[in-house]
Design a protein around this ligand. Sequence first.
Ligand code: BES
Ligand code: MN
Ligand code: ZN
Length: 500
Amino acid sequence: MEIVVDTGLILEKKYDLVVLGLFEGEKVEGAAVEIDDALNGGIYRLLQNKEFEGKLKQIALLHSHRKIGIERILLIGLGKREQFGQEVVRVASGRAAQLVRDLGLKRYATTIYGHTERLTLSQIVESLVEGIELSLYRYDHYKTNSETPAKKVEHLDIFTGVPEVVGEIQQAVSTAQIINRGVAVARDIANTPSSDATPQQISEQAKQIAESHSIKITVLKPEDMAKLGMGGILGVARGSQQPPRLIIMEYGGGSSNEQPIAIIGKGITFDTGGISIKPSDKMEDMKFDKSGAAATIGAMQVAAELKLPVNLVGVAPLTENMPSGTAYKPGDVLKFANGKTAEVISTDAEGRLILADALSYTSKFKPQAAIDLATLTGACVIALGGAASGLLGNDEGLKRRVKEAGEATGERVWELPLWDEYKEQIKSEIADMKNVGGRAGGTITAALFLSNFVDYPWVHLDIAGTAWTQDGTPDKPYHPKGATGVGVRLITEVLRRWTK
Ligand code: BES
Ligand code: MN
Ligand code: ZN
C-alpha cells in the first residue's frame, strides 16, 4: 500500500474518508474538534446520545453532506485511556482499515490518534501502520476471481496538523512497512500449500530474498547433511519424495568481531505424523508446520532492510514428514550432528529431531544468543491456547529480553519451566534419550530434548498455538484467517532493542 504523510489544514483536505479515534467517555480532541464544528456538532451529538461511546473497536460512520472537503468520517473507539497502548492502536486501526476496504474504497486518510505521554509519536505511528497493513493482508494467491476482483485499499494519507513532525512520521511509516513486508513473507510461506512450498521451493525463495538484500546464503543438500552426520533431518526426510534442505542465512550488520545472534526455525513443510500417522481431522493445518522457518526467513529480511547493527544467522531445516516404505519408524535410533543419539518412539515427534541437527550446527557460529521458533507441541496449545507462545530457555537475560519484546509487540510469550526433574521422562534404555516423554508436560519434555543440542544462551519458543488462526486464537483484526507470521515482529523487536 502507498502511504503518504499529509499536512496542512484538515478542513481544506479532500479525502473520501478520514478515520478519527476517540477514547471512551471523553470529548472529541485534536483534528476532530474542527471537523465536528464544521459538521455543526454531529460527532458531539452521537456521543451525547450514547450512539457512539468510544468502546474499543466500536465504529460509527458519518457523511459530511459536502459541508467540508472530506466526504466521510469514520469514528473508531479506543476504549478507556488507562488501557491505551500500542496494541490498542493496532487493533483500532486494523478494524477501521477492514471496514474501509469492505466499503470498497481505494483510498482513505487517517489522523494519528490516542496521544499519550506513555508512547512516542513514532511508536503510535508504527503501531498504526502495522495494524492497517497486517489487517488488510489476504492470502488470495489461488483465487481466480475473474468476475469480482477483490476489494483493495491502495492509498493511505496519514494526516498531521504539525508540519515539524512530518519527517519523524515518515521514518516510522517506513520502518513499519519494512516489518509488515517481513510478516507478509512469513505468512505467505506458511500459508502456501505443501505441494507447492516444498523444501526446495522454499530454499529457492530464501535465495532470492538473500540475493536482493545482501544476505549470505548457504543451502545444504542431503549429501552435505550426510557428511555432517545430520541423522535427524535425514531420518525424518526418509519417508518423503521431496529432498530435504537446510538453509543458513548470514547477515552482517554488526562489527566483524561480534558474535552473531542465531534464529532457528522448524520447517516441516507438511506433518502427516509419518508412520505414527495423525488423524485426518484438521490435518490440512499441518501445512503450517513450517511457520518457524517462515518467521526466520521473514525476520532475516526485516533485519537486513532495517540495517540493524547486529550480526545474525538464520538456520532453517526443511523437510516433509511422510509415511512410506522408506520412512523412518518407531524404534529406530537416529544419530545427530553433535554425536548424540535418540530412540524414536513416535515419528510424529519429528520437529525436535530436525531441530537437534539445526541447533547442533548453529554451535559452530558461537552465537552470543539463539532463539528457536517451532510449532512443536499440541500440548502447548492445550496449556496456553492462542494468546501466548510458550517460552523456555537456559538464560535469564535472554528470556527477559524476549518477554519484554513480547509485551511491546503484542506477540506475547509465557514461560514454562525447563527443570531437570522432567528429564527422567525422556530417558531411553538403548540410546542417549527418546523423542517422546509421555503426555505429561509435553511442551517441557520437548524443550528439554532440544536442550541437549545447545551450548550457548538459548530461548525456545513453542508457537504451535500462535502460528495460525485456530480454535482459541484471540480475535484480532490484524490476524486475518491463516498464518499470523508470529515471531517476525517479536524477533525484530528483540534485535532493535539489543544494543540499546
Ligand atoms: N507439528 C506438531 C505439533 C502441533 C500439533 C502443532 C497440532 C500445532 C497443532 C508436532 O510435530 C507433533 O506432532 N507433536 C506431537 C508430539 C507428540 C507425539 C509427543 C504432539 O504434540 O502431539
Ligand atoms: Mn508431528
Ligand atoms: Zn510437526
